[in-house]
Design a binder for this molecule. Sequence first.
Ligand SMILES: Nc1ncnc2c1ncn2[C@@H]1O[C@H](COP(=O)(O)OP(=O)(O)O)[C@@H](O)[C@H]1O
Ligand SMILES: [Mg+2]
Length: 1014
Amino acid sequence: MKQFHSFRLDPVSRRLWRGDEPVTLAPKAFEVLRYLVQHADRLVTQEEMLEAVWPDTHVNPEVIKKYVLEIRKVLGDRSDRPTFIETFPRRGYQFVAPVHETSSDTSAREPVRPVNMVGRDASRTLLESCLDRALKAQRQVVFVTGESGVGKTTLVDAFLRRAAARASLRIARGQCVEGFGGKESYYPILEALGQLLREPERNPVVAALVRYAPTWLVQFPSLVKAEAREALHRETIGTTRERMVREVCEALEHIAVDEPLVLVLEDLHWVDLSTLDVISALARRRAPAKLVLLCTYRPADVVVAESPLRVLKQDLLVHELCVEVPLEHLAESDVGEYLEAEFAGADFPGGLGRLIHRQSDGNALFMTAIARDMVEKGVVAERDGRWTLTRPLADLAPEVPATLQEMLEAQFTRLSAAEQRILSQASVAGERFSLWALMTERDLPPDAIENACETLGERRRFLRPAGVHELPNGTVSAHYEFRHALYRESVYRRLSDVTRARLHRMLAERLEGLGSRGRRELAAEIALHFEKGLTYDRAIAYLVIAAENAAARFAYRDSIQVLRNALTLLPRVAAEDRAALEAQLLERIGDAHYWLGEMAECARAYEAEAAQAARNGLTAVQVNALSFLIRPFGLTDPDRGITAVEKAVALSRDLGDPVLHARTELLAAGSRLLYDTWHREDWEICESAHRRLEALSPADVPDYHRMIYAHLLLLQGHYAEALTNLEGGIPKIDEPTSLMVHLFALSGKTVALLHSGRLGELMRIVRAGREMAHKNGNDPWIFVFREAWLRCVVLDFDGARRLCDSVVGTATSDLARQPQTIARLAAGYAELEQGRHDGAARCFEEILDPAITPKFFVHWYWRLNAQLGLSNVWLAAGNLDRARSDADQFLASALSTAEPNLHVLGWDVQARIAVAAKDWNGAEASIERGLDVLERFDVPTVAWRLHATRSELSRHLKNEEAAEAHRVRAEGVILGLASSFEPDEPLRHAFLDASPVRRILRPGPSHRRVRERR
Ligand SMILES: Nc1ncnc2c1ncn2[C@@H]1O[C@H](COP(=O)(O)OP(=O)(O)O)[C@@H](O)[C@H]1O
Ligand SMILES: [Mg+2]
């Protein structure tokens, strides 16, 4: 309810009051006012107003003026000195009076008049005692079970009314929808949360989501300020189902700390699996919470649907984590009581109750329907203010229909033709529907539909009003719902197959008209209607969107499930469309497995896609599918990945699609460089492909390709340019979340920071990444071994090895290759420090042995480092020949790459060996070559070593002055690296304390003198 000055506007009942007086306004004038009031914070343009109030008709903007005039008259407003509506000539209008929200306006579900509930005393007591316990912060999970129409919802409603009278509490309801299970992850939970978020006292709810459930907060974009959206998006990338579930539990528990919360989830026989996870978790968690989770379902339908709900409830019961309230049929005495309450003071013959009880078998819905039917037929009538039976009881029995279905059918046939048509359409639309959705046929004008629903609702036949709600395209429409699911079913069942399909299809097309936002939000529903409308290709298209929606809720398993579902529809699609659709579905299944880190399944899906495309002559699709294979195979079997992309290149050559060809070439050459060895020619292919792509169509360079390219830049020392490319790979809002591309980008970024000596920044990313992985229950491997690499660079070899060992145990074997290698490298240097040369050599040799260390991402970089390690071992052991042989090999290999760090290290080790051999000229020459590299590249993590070697050489040459100058340069680089850390970062101290560094920072007495002179 919106209040401004003395006026109150109820958007649900579409009424306006001045004080307690109702004010009359034409319906469209009301809509104009409602729209202005609801957007009171801003100017509403004429176009926007036309779109909102007259979505389907073309009207002259002048019309708005007319209505505004009428509104002003009613409100007593003046256009020259407006209190309410200000006109901005030719632009639009703004509502300027302060607007307050009074009481909640979403109580539309509440029936006009509470049911006179009979019986159920024991069930009520049971529920009451649950509430007692919940109020003492012992969470309660209750399942109210029973057949359709037995009275579950009625009991829940009565309980809620009592509960609300007893304590101030929050109530949220979520309703499962037939046909949505498995397609709409978390549907009822999101609905219930949405309700809490529309309440006037929503602030604690918002706060709880912000604090405890960012992954749920992103599901309600309107709650997030634009500037916070990107950060939130990044923070939730790679979220797992476990995290979603844990977070919503935590948020609900915190909402229920001060004010009790009753969460009602209705009709769980149609529930989705993700919601079941939440129910299970809520029931099992132990933290105190004033929470009642009240669920209803029909056991028979749970069995039919083979839903895991039955097992879940059983398990919770066994562990006394839930309470079941099974509802039985009403007793004869209950029926009598019902008649007394419903027809107060009636003098019915005693047998009436018995008759109704026998006929309805104690099904509450059937019972009330019989009673209402009797009134309608005049069998029960009010005479002189008293309800009486107008005919002898004995005559009645044969007239009462034997089943509820029969009775509803009879009632249906008594409706007008138009009413029947509208109800038929509505039964296709679902238990609750908007009038807007029904407006599909020309000969049934909107007014006729509105009137029919209104009368059906007023006479309490079949329908009841369910409030006025905004549709995803901003249109406001009255909603109605069937009085009960069985009413809808009875109408729906009457339809012939042909009519049913036609109505479903028409409805699907109508819903498509809700614009792109609506199409996305309602994808599962539209898919369902197209499927039942026998339009399978479009059903599949919407299932694909539904799968994306599931992924946006981090429910990748559901996403795969939806896509597999779509695959089963394929045989019914026209042959010529089938192949392309199948490829698309397989591709998305592969993607979802990739996001889940399931590389074998992922590769299987892409391979199936490639094979299928090949069979059907879809070469471009085949090229793409083969290209995708490098992603999973890069992690599990790089050679197989490279073979696949090379095949893709060959196929793409003759397709006449230069973008695709360039893309594939970039990928193939890039994969060879990253997973096999560095070859200059391959880099040239990449560069040329990249150049062509940027010229042809920069938007068509996929993120993954960008990441590959950025890593190639990194390997050549172009850190700034790489960083720019990498930033682009950290996904933005509204993009499907790809954890792997994100990690790929982040891991590249850490390498860039490492080599440019921005070590503190690197540590910050590592810490944040580890924290995110922890929240998601993911393996933090990538961050762990980046830190390990950093530790090697700052000479904390023991720390590096410990870290790697901690992930090697947990990471799957494919992912473990990189940390394993770093661990071996670190172990080698640790052994070397201890003077254990054999042990050190063994470590480095293991890295060089492909049988022990198979290929992995940039494995060659690590192998080169191992070769350097070996050379260092022989040098330390005084075996100059072997040292030189390894150093020569290392230098040659390093120079065959474009990696400047390796080049510097290659020249440095040459120089050190030369110094050891007293070959001063040779040393000088090597150092010169190394310095050349330093001229061109800023590579501080290796630069200090070369300066140190140079200082050493000068000392041997007795040039103390030069020795000190070079030492100071080395020192400067070291201090620069150290100061890039936070002051209290332990790694900073470890670095400054490492003996090679100490030797430079705290030289012998003669040097100190020179330093003091400076
Ligand atoms: N205990 C009761 N006493 C009187 N009427 C009842 C009772 N339970 C249900 N009804 C009537 O039966 C109708 C169907 O009950 P409902 O609670 O919607 O069934 P369910 O949710 O189990 O399918 C209600 O609209 C109400 O009119
Ligand atoms: Mg119900």
